[in-house]
Design a protein around this ligand. Sequence first.
Ligand SMILES: [Zn+2]
Length: 415
Amino acid sequence: MQSQTNLTINDQRLWDTLMETAKIGATPKGGIKRLTVTDLDRQVRDWFKAQCEALGCTVTVDDMGNMYALRPGKRNDLPPIACGSHLDTQPTGGKFDGVLGVLSGLEVLRTLHDTGYETEAPFMVVNWTNEEGSRFAPAMLASGVYCGTLDKDMAYNLTDKDGIRFGDALAEIGYKGDAPCGAQKFSHFFELHIEQGPILEAEDKTIGVVTHGQGQRWYDCHVTGRESHAGTTPMPLRKDALVAAARVITAINDIAEASAPLAVGTVGVLDIREPSRNVIPGEVTFTAEFRHPEDAVLDVMDKALAEAGAKIARMENVDVEIKPIWHYPAVNFDPDCVAAVRQATEDMGYSYREIVSGAGHDACYVNRVTPTSMVFVPCKDGISHNEIEDAKMEHCAAGANVLLRAMLAVDQRVS
Ligand SMILES: [Zn+2]
């Protein structure tokens, strides 16, 4: 039996497994279209179950279709140490988003199996249902139900574009289990994922030690001025809603830059009511969003935006309404889990940096009820949710090694 310190995964086997499952729902451009709870999803689930069972693991399914592959430890009274991600993809998905996290978990199980390594606590690999949210919105549906944030009946009643209910589709593919979602507890949870952004590649780092997930604030903005003739209305007498909106948009950019580089601010939609070349715009609506990994900073940004709106309204003699419509709290991953990932990375001698997740992940929800953290590996040009999404074999393998070592380090502590 190998000691924990020199155990490593099988790089080629992990890569071959990624390429093998990529055939299930393969697209001509080299990606995967494997929408949640479709027959293709069933196929990859059946495959995953069979592979885990071949290692002597038990696979259970809860009533949201989440799959839990359990490898017993020496002390099965302990809650499992878990990792996982998702096997569903976007309609134009790539071969790595989500899939890497589940198949790396499988590779961890295979490595332990090969070497006959006995962990103290049981180890578990999870496949979360409907992470992508493209067939049934919202995203991260089943992990959201798992942590108690989303309602199960709401989830069952979601319909796809053909009017098919999520609950019915889940039963149809045979993956609506009996166990109540949320009942399966873990002591720790780790998720390996491609970065889906350009930072690691640009800085030539192998591993991203994910410390936070970005919080988000969304706003609907409405500026009301007065439509009037573009030729006859002197400048001082105008109530130009678009000029005021432009100032608010500039303020949004300035507010984000004031807390850069972690803060970002975006206006993605802008609409002038009844636009006309020779009419001063009287009514403009636009969206705004801020993201930052700390809620306290988002509070400051939120206040700055309200103040800027009020000031611009006075200056431009218009009404500015900035309505918060949705927010997602910042995610602080568990310091012990983050430390385990950092230590595992250093032990393996990989280059790394700490990083914030700009996207949502199942781990963000699981973190609400279980000590959790994430491992990122680079993807080519930072491109994801695209069939050309690409990652290097050595980076995938490095991520899986960090996953294995972090889980084993946590396991050593429970003994
Ligand atoms: Zn994903």
